[in-house]
Design a protein around this ligand. Structure first.
Ligand code: PLP
Length: 439
């Protein structure tokens, strides 16, 4: 199947039809003033390129070859660093370019009369994709914004206590430090083992730090430096039995493997959609349990006054709206692949290189190999060099791009293949690690 026949033109706004209200009821405050209704505007349909949803007829490998052909990849290195963010496939990139032209063409008319409806419809698609009510979800720019909104906006009282892990992401840790100084909180910082013996060992670690003052636990759904998946549901159930709320850092999970946010029983869940959903850079989501919405202060104040309306927390100001529109194309693209199929592929790629290297003398694997404790991301170190030296030599001597991690009990390079990665590329990586281990 060539690329032309794979792609079909579809009207995004056939699916997301324009509707132009007569006056303003906007939540974002830019739209104050009488809206003009231009009947012609409603007829304009922006075209975008969408995958054909026909089931794939060929072999599994030919499917992944087709996926790879939809990416433009650099010739000068093998990209095993998809953990920072995911580059986007051509159909999504084409959609982004068209969205950018569309927003530019329609100018203030788009911002004043069309954007709110589009954001609403995209939030609905996202809520459907994640199996949660739209009333519990907002679109943000990234995980940092989502989680910092909760940390900064929580009604902290002097003496409140929080628990998180040294393996958590830096931006959230510094926000906890800031609110700790500002509101005179106390903290306990645990360290999650790289190779836990059971879920219960991890749950007990968090539980051991709970006091009568504990208000919140922050926990990674997937630790970014190792790829380890934590038993979030069990941690939430345990925390709730003490009346403690749980903030989940799911930066790496949406679009990576299959789950429903509400099955985790968490209070808050933040994620970056420019990671594994492969949406354009600058997209995130925040889920908040209905019971918790009213208590939060927004990062940016909004005109919405209903304390239970989550949009009260979603003020943004003027922003690149075409970026948000790209979420729609990204969901369509992932639905074409299928989340279960993607999860299986990513898990297979990781265990392929891990199995091949696990008995190599001089290496240290920092990620559990069990399917329920990891998916696409893994971390491996070399005993004869620092992570920085390893990353440097992988790139300069073997043309493989990774990232060095040297903190929080993790010494190694994070290895992150993607849907476009081939087994030949991983063979090259495996051979490179064996060579470096003997050097
Ligand atoms: C675990 C984790 N949390 C939060 C973030 C922050 O994501 P963003 O920069 O998209 O806000 C990252 C980024 O890599 C991460 O790995």
């Amino acid at each position: 199947m060539d690329k032309r026949s794979f792609l079909k033109k579809a009207s995004l706004f056939g699916l997301l039809p324009f509707s132009v209200p007569n006056f303003i009821a906007s939540s974002n405050g830019h739209y104050i003033g009488q809206r003009t209704t231009n009947p012609k505007a409603q007829k304009i349909a922006r075209e975008t390129l969408m995958p054909d949803f026909k089931p794939w007829q060929g072999s599994e490998e030919s499917f992944w070859e087709e996926v790879r052909s939809q990416y433009k990849l650099v010739p000068d290195f093998i990209n095993l660093e998809s953990g920072y963010y995911n580059i986007i496939p051509e159909p999504t990139l084409d959609g982004l370019k068209q969205n950018m032209s569309h927003v530019n063409l329609r100018g203030a008319h788009y911002m004043r009369t069309e954007l709110d409806q589009d954001r609403h419809k995209i939030a609905k698609s996202l809520a459907d994709f994640m199996g949660c009510p739209q009333e519990n979800l907002i679109i943000t720019r990234n995980t940092t914004e989502s989680l910092d909104l909760v940390i900064a906006g929580y009604p902290w009282q002097k003496g409140d206590h929080v628990i998180y892990a040294i393996q958590d992401y830096g931006a959230m840790k510094v926000m906890f430090e800031q609110v700790t100084d500002r509101y005179e909180l106390t903290q306990d910082i645990i360290s999650v083992p790289n190779h836990p013996s059971s879920d219960e060992e991890i749950v007990a670690l968090y539980e051991s730090k709970i006091t009568a003052q504990t208000k919140m636990i922050m926990v990674c759904h997937m630790i970014n430096i190792t790829g380890q998946i934590l038993p979030v549901r069990k941690i939430c159930d345990m925390a709730h039995s003490y009346g403690v709320e749980v903030l989940v850092d799911g930066a790496h999970c949406i679009g990576h493997f299959e789950f429903k946010i509400q099955d985790l029983n968490c209070d808050y869940y933040g994620s970056s959609l420019h990671k594994w959903l492969a949406a354009p850079l600058g997209n995130g989501l925040l889920y908040i349990d209905s019971k918790r919405i009213a208590q939060l202060w927004p990062l940016l104040a909004d005109y919405e006054k209903d304390p239970n309306n989550i949009l009260r927390l979603n003020h943004l100001g003027t922003h690149p709206a075409y970026i948000t529109l790209g979420i729609y194309d990204a969901i369509n693209y992932l639905n074409w692949i299928g989340i279960k199929r993607k999860e299986k592929r990513l898990g297979t790629l990781r265990s392929y290189w891990m199995e091949a290297l696990k008995n190599t003398p001089g290496i240290l694997i920092n990620t559990p190999n069990a399917a329920d404790r990891a998916c696409g991301i893994g971390n491996i170190g070399l005993l004869n060099m620092t992570p920085a030296q390893m990353a440097d030599r992988l790139l300069n001597e073997h043309g493989i791009f990774t990232v060095a991690i040297d903190y929080a009990n993790v010494k190694g390079c994070r290895i992150t293949p993607n849907v476009f990665t081939t087994f030949e590329e991983l063979d090259h990586f495996i051979a490179a690690v064996k060579t470096l281990a003997q050097s």
